[in-house]
Design a binder for this molecule. Sequence first.
Ligand code: DGJ
Length: 736
Amino acid sequence: MNHNLITFDQEQGIFHLKNNEISYIMKLEDEGVLAHIYFGKKVNQYHDHKNYPRRDRGFSGNVPGQEERAYSKDTLPQEFSSHGSMDYRIPASIIQRQNGANLTDLRYHSYDISAGKPVLAGLPSAYVVEENEASTLTITLKDRFEEIYLDLFYTIYNERNVIARSVKVRNLTNQTLSIEKIASMQLDLTNSGKYQDVLSLPGAHVQERQVNREKLSAGIKRFESRRGATSHHMNSFIALMEEDANEFNGEVIGVHLVYSGNHSFELEVDQINQLRLVVGINEYNFSWELKTQQEFQTPEVLLAYSDSGLNKMSDTFHHLLRERVARGAHQYAERPILVNNWEATYFDFTNEKIEAIVDEAADLGIEMFVLDDGWFGHRNNDDSSLGDWFEFEGKLAKGLKAVADYVHAKKLKFGLWFEPEMISIDSKLYEEHPDYLMQVPGRTPSGSRDQHLLDMGRKEVRENIQKQMEAILNTIEIDYIKWDMNRSMSDTYSVALESHQQGETAHRYILGVYELMENLTEKYPKILWEGCSGGGGRFDAGFLYYMPQSWASDNTDAIERLKIQYGTSIAYPTSAITAHVSAVPNHQTGRVTSLKTRGDVAMSGVLGYELDLTMLSEAEKDEITQQIKVYQDLRPLVQYGNFIRLISPFEGNTTAWLFVAEDQSEALLFMARTLASAQPVFNEVRLKGLAEDFLYEDQATGEIYSGSELNQIGVYFPDFYGDFQTKLIHFKKRGN
Ligand code: DGJ
């Protein structure tokens, strides 16, 4: 065990988690209240000098059970607040007894330090590969009067600027409790106004993860999803930023919730300008019955600290999500370049049509063909057959297996689309099991895209879907699966639960989805799984635990993708962000961009194609063949190099980002200009992170630059002509 990472000074009551970069400090305050002292850049030693000042404030009552009027939980920074006992800020938990009382008064009970990091049963979380790469501190709080225990988990890694947190509630009373709210973490920051800004990633379908930065001021601000899923509308991530922090400077705390359901990030600036952040499962439509002796484990939160702006925070998350959240055979594998038939054919395909696309794909050097929606049940449009995961007889005259065999004979991999969590009314599954559909008895459920959610919290529902999927996976050789999900949750009700347990439905749904994904990914470890939810509606750290990549957006327009991919990169690594070249005029926006621009943008993620390859001209085919060769050469750099944002598309007419190899031996610069002007300014960009003393060669022109020249002086954008122009420059180190 690495004992140095966590210390407890018994005399002073100080817990200190520390590695070479960060410190997290807590203190046992008077009356056993667990106070937050500090989270940020490493502090060598903390001498207990900064005790929370005492002051008698009107209407801020005493810590229950003692007479000191100047000591109140109403302003004291705490690790996990109580509810109903003199702290009026956002509570981290609300736990109701049978008599209706819902207050708690949480005090320190005990602690434990252990090597490594515990696995969270049934939930995704960051993990360790070696026991000695991290240590975990568990602090147990107990209600002052009753046997209600909360274990607060804190994991610190040796070499990451990250603290992982979660909470477990244990009911050792002899009555059944109802958890009305339980956060995964609380962070109380005292330094008035230090983190004045909050950055979030809101959006919409076909417009995911837009960058939104705003000022915090007195009162409460919430970022949340109530849609039963992470949502396109508000990603499960925020960053707290110093007022003058930017991409490269200033202090930033990034906060990722490793969860795919209803989430909330609540921020409160209190009466004396202190900031409280409470993160976890959204209390909206949530409650959980906890019988005596039962436990409830919350999802995990990952906190990253950066002393050098947003890019460093992103880099911490990119490495963490790639190296200690994603799993499986494809975690570090170069991802295949695919062609997907969705925007090429939608539901209208035959064996012949598919074979023609596959023939072209093979000629172009594409590595995988993915058959999207419409191969099952009797699905010829989006109003039927979800839940019927058997082949649509007759649609593919030669059969589905013939498609897979054809693709494999052409030496491509074969991928298939599923939407396992859904049911259509027009389906065999609904005929046989109408009760599988999530709905409130006696009411007509609300429709969306003519489909409904299955009640994934029920074992028999999951087993039915798993069995059907396995029947396909056991008879057809499948190398990749796209796991889609195309509506938000409504009519939230489970016929399997008692009336007072209905608040469990949404969370049980997510736990059910996690269990199904765990079963299938474990049973079919060679398959590459891609998450999807009408594009990027469930792009979150929880999904990445099961599926190492995700479809970023149904919007394939190269120019709108600049913002979507830029915003996504704030929280997620490139290896997770899939991006396709599609046809023009673009199907979502009607915009026409060059094949070069579409290629350059998609090559900044996990590249794929999504257009009818049989409609291409010879010149386009040559260009795509070339793009594929270039990408195959760049792929390790793009998918596994360090990603640095340089110029934001949210701030103007230009965009730039950079990939730098871990050993700095090569870099790829991406530049884009959106609109042309007859009298353009000369845009320039300075690179970052190249080795100052290395000489780099522009692979296209042979021009030589030193790393310091590129870092300090930078380069001009090309003198672009026309709208929507992009350029890639590949720099390689010269000599050894
Ligand atoms: C939504 C996905 O994001 C699309 O790529 C496609 O798979 C459709 N669903 C199919 O219904």
